[in-house]
Design a protein around this ligand. Structure first.
Ligand code: 16G
Ligand code: MG
Length: 551
């Protein structure tokens, strides 16, 4: 007889985690994310779902990360990690949403049964799940709810404790590739730190050490990772960690971290006296999968080096190594960006490399990057990584260089494969990557920044009656609905020199986002607010209550 669902166990435990009545949950770009205090039932159900996902994939280990990234401390969230360490396959997002919204235990059992049938899951397969959480106060109780769900479905579990999102992704891939030719590393934090630091030390060996690097840890779990990697790095790189108060209530992501830097385009106030003219620093977000750099220029002004600048720096370096290794005929390097990429970065990169634009969200960038031999992807917000296709890794492993210069470049490329966390954006791995390039090029922030000059830009959010009325095409660069609105935006944009603007519904908040750039800052601001005004008027906003800044 085919294996059955343990309905009694599921029902008994599900009763302990009832769904709050009036909330509708949605597995979106960032998994489930909302106030931590209302997520108990969601975590239980995600536990059951993770077990089913593992069974579906023949007992491969699935990851579950409990985090709300750069959101404020009262928020929390959860997302699943597929066996190769990548985001949950998109077709399962609907299963997650349907389980999360079942109104009662009985409805939940039916929803589980429907997923089993719909996804044709063989229940006799084992279920294996590894989970972790960030430093949020709501984490422990949410993990307990998750554990109940995993117990209900009979999963074999491993608790990775408090760690960063990218370390959890690394562990998932390391576990699932153990003993295969694609072995990713030892499946422990120690394995991760050894892999990254080992490659970094080789890459910078013989280069003069860079000045110490200020790291803003957002008062989040990245602080732990930074502290732990220090002994592995030895004197190859020195950190000056800041915002490491992971136990201080309310400190997480508060006036610090990568999202603060990107959205305010300012230095976190806590670093005000830490950086002198010419010095560089960087910020992680709350779960350490985003990285923003910055420096103080000769006029004592803060200068931001965002994901686009990181992409330009890193892609340039990799292209040069591929060429120096004599592999440019064999290995095609490409870039993936979103509509948020600064227009100057797109121009700079497109003059040198193939560039693709995709919708916002890591899964879109990641999949597009897989189509290149080496795919570099970064969102402007600092989330990104570099993917080396399996064939390219094979080429790098077997290639016989014919000159000493080729041999050196090849060695660097092989070390980059080890240094870069290819499962997902990783602030720590990306930091080491940036430092590698700076060391090789003897760049300070100034030279790096001068690769191209950012166009001034502005991001605005608009509260509208119904976010779902906004639909886009062309990688979110154009609106198809509400009908007629795009035409008006086009007409407005034409009036601004170097103008570009787009409107898209957020995947993580109930708002519409408006981005604009232009040659002058005042013009970028004006364009953003004018477009926001159009959005507001078009969609049933009462002109009398129209926010004043929308001109
Ligand atoms: C999430 C995404 C990030 C994206 C952001 C957009 C992942 C892991 N993270 O944080 O890539 O830039 O959402 O948010 O996919 P928005 O839709 O609210 O603008
Ligand atoms: Mg994050």
């Amino acid at each position: 007889m085919a294996a059955q669902l343990p309905l009694d166990d599921i029902a008994r435990l599900a009763d302990l985690h009832p769904k709050p009545g009036h909330i509708r949950f949605q597995y979106g770009t960032a998994g489930f994310r909302t106030l931590g205090s209302v997520l108990d039932s969601v975590l239980f159900r995600v536990g059951v779902l993770a077990g089913l996902r593992s069974k579906k994939l023949d007992g491969k280990t699935i990851g579950v990360m409990v985090t709300a990234s750069h959101n404020p401390e009262p928020d929390n969230g959860v997302k699943l990690v597929d066996p190769r360490g990548e985001m949950l396959e998109a077709s399962w997002e609907a299963h997650a949403t349907s389980l999360a919204n079942a109104a009662s235990t009985e409805d939940f059992l039916q929803a589980v049964d429907a997923v089993v049938k719909n996804a044709k899951i063989d229940l006799s397969k084992p279920a294996k799940v590894i989970y972790a959480r960030d430093t949020r106060p709501s984490g422990p109780s949410l993990v307990a709810s998750l554990e109940d769900g995993l117990k209900a479905i009979g999963a074999e579990t491993r608790d990775a404790g408090v760690t960063t999102t990218p370390i959890l992704h690394y562990l998932v891939r390391a576990i699932n590739t153990k003993g295969t030719s694609a072995e990713y590393g030892d499946d422990s934090e120690d394995g991760y730190f050894k892999k990254l630091s080992g490659a970094f030390k080789q890459l910078v060996s013989g280069k003069p050490a860079l000045p110490p690097l200020v790291v803003d840890c957002a008062n989040g779990v990245g602080a732990n990772a930074v502290e732990k990697i220090v002994p592995y790095l030895g004197d190859s790189l020195t950190f000056i960690p800041h915002n490491t108060a992971t136990a201080t209530p309310g400190a997480l992501n508060n006036a610090c971290g990568a999202d603060y830097v990107k959205t305010t385009q300012k230095l976190p106030p806590s670093l005000a006296n830490e950086l002198k003219s010419g010095e560089r620093g960087c910020s992680f977000d709350g779960d350490a999968d985003r990285l923003m750099y910055f420096y103080i220029d000769a006029r004592n002004q803060f200068r931001m080096l965002d994901g686009d600048k990181i992409a330009a720096l890193v892609a340039g370096f990799i292209v040069e190594l591929v060429k120096n290794a004599g592999l440019e005929e064999k290995i095609r390097v490409g870039i993936v960006q979103t509509a948020y990429a600064n227009g100057s970065s797109t121009k700079y990169l497109a003059d040198r490399l193939p560039v693709r634009c995709v919708p916002t969200g890591v899964k879109h960038l990641h999949h597009a990057a897989e189509h290149f031999n080496i795919g570099v992807y970064f969102e402007a917000n600092g989330h990104g990584t570099v993917l080396f296709s399996p064939e390219t890794q094979g080429t790098l492993a077997s290639y016989e260089p014919s000159t000493p210069a080729q041999s050196t470049a090849l060695k660097h490329l092989r070390n980059l494969v080890q240094l870069i966390n290819q499962t997902v954006g990783d602030a720590l791995s990306d930091l080491l990557l940036v430092e590698t390039v700076l060391a090789h090029k003897s760049y300070s922030g100034v030279e790096w920044d001068s690769l191209y000059v950012d166009l001034p830009n502005r991001l605005v959010k608009v509260l509208v009656a119904d976010v779902r009325a906004f639909q886009t095409e062309d990688a979110e660069r154009r609106l198809v609905s509400p009908r007629g609105l795009q035409g008006k935006i086009d007409a407005l944009v034409k009036r601004y020199e170097g103008g570009r603007s787009f409107v898209r519904p957020s995947g993580t908040e109930d708002v519409v986002r408006v981005y604009a750039e232009a040659v002058m800052k005042s013009q970028a601001d004006e364009l953003a607010f004018r477009v926001a005004g159009l959005v507001y008027d078009e969609t049933g906003g009462d002109p009398a209550t129209r926010p004043k800044e929308f001109l």
